[in-house]
Write a protein of this length. Structure first.
Length: 331
């Protein structure tokens, strides 16, 4: 990010930029920042945008070779093409020959750092990863947004807000807009305001599901699962979050046994202190062996889904039933 800001300030640009990672909000922000710095908003002659996996690379290269019309640069944006994961060999061969008058900006969620295109971009251009931001960074960002709106808020209230809405910056931004609209005539934002308007993030429902599993309450766990499906949540996403939560629990358990403080655990895991405090009671509901067992079952059902032996919906349902039963030894 610093390199991109520096290039914009100095008005000296690389021939190609790769912006990638799971944090879509920052990825889009910096894509737009580059585009706005390179070409005026009404210059449709020198700005071209391609999206999706059916991009004609030959056409992109021909366009890149075309001199800009009454402008210093031609800008080509390629978004979510998958080329940095597979199929980008033709573009990789061309990267080193991009003319000075052309800047290509690629924005991708997932990439393969072993690919020829990634290596070519790293050599001739610049790549920046936009990953999920730390709790500390998100807290500072939310505070800055609150100050810009002249809202007062306590540190505890911000913790609860982030616990409620999650770590995705696009979602945080949306929820902040809702919160600011709701508290338009108020100077201070309270816990009651957050409860009234902010949508509970998927990870919070997963916490509830794990709590039900710990209590051997398969009925409640399945109810939460079916409610998530009705909200169009992906079974794969639910499985991934279950795996992540139990991995977090194992990691915290290990650090806890080493007598690490909450601050040290937060530094080592990258988890926010309020998340750690929420996970700790759940760890006490499972033995180390039980958590390992559940993770192994998650991996087993994931394999069965990929083999086509079960639908994803059915497999996760069976997993929840097994994990909630006394057979797995859950307390």
């Amino acid at each position: 990010m610093q390199q991109i800001n520096q290039d914009i300030t100095n008005n000296t640009y690389k021939s190609i930029y790769l912006l990638y990672g799971q944090e879509a909000y920052l990825r889009v922000q910096y894509k737009n920042k580059l585009v706005n710095a390179l070409v005026s908003a009404d210059d449709t002659m020198n700005y071209n945008y391609y999206e999706g996996k059916n991009v004609n690379v030959g056409e992109v290269i021909d366009l890149a070779e075309t001199m800009p019309f009454l402008s210093q640069r031609r800008v080509i944006v390629l978004e979510n093409t998958g080329l940095v994961k597979a199929g980008g060999e033709q573009l990789a061969e061309y990267v080193g020959a991009i003319p000075e008058s052309t800047v290509i900006i690629m924005a991708e969620t997932e990439i393969d750092k072993r690919s020829k295109l990634y290596k070519a971009i790293s050599k001739s251009g610049h790549s920046t990863e936009f990953d999920t931001q730390s709790a500390e960074t998100l807290t500072r960002w939310v505070i800055s947004k609150m100050k810009a709106e002249r809202k007062r808020v306590t540190g505890h209230t911000i913790d609860v807000f982030l616990e409620t809405v999650g770590s995705d910056m696009s979602n945080i931004s949306t929820e902040l807009e809702k919160l600011f609209s709701y508290t338009l005539n108020k100077e201070e934002i309270t816990l009651e305001d957050i409860k009234a308007v902010c949508s509970v993030q998927l990870s919070n429902r997963i916490f509830e599901m794990i709590g039900a599993i710990a209590c051997c309450d398969g009925k409640k766990a399945l109810q939460i699962y079916h409610e998530l499906l009705e909200l169009k949540e992906s079974p794969f996403g639910i499985l991934a979050l279950l795996v992540r939560q139990f991995n977090n629990m194992l990691q915290i358990e290990e650090l806890w046994e080493k007598r690490c403080s909450d601050k040290q655990i937060a530094e080592k895991t990258g988890l926010a202190p309020f998340v750690i405090n929420k996970i700790k009671p759940q760890i006490q509901n499972f033995t180390h062996e039980q958590m390992i067992d559940i993770l192994e079952r998650c991996a087993s059902y994931d394999h069965e889904i990929k083999k086509g032996n079960f639908t994803a919906e059915m497999a996760i349902e069976m997993l929840i039933i097994e994990c909630s039963s006394k057979q797995i030894g859950v307390q």
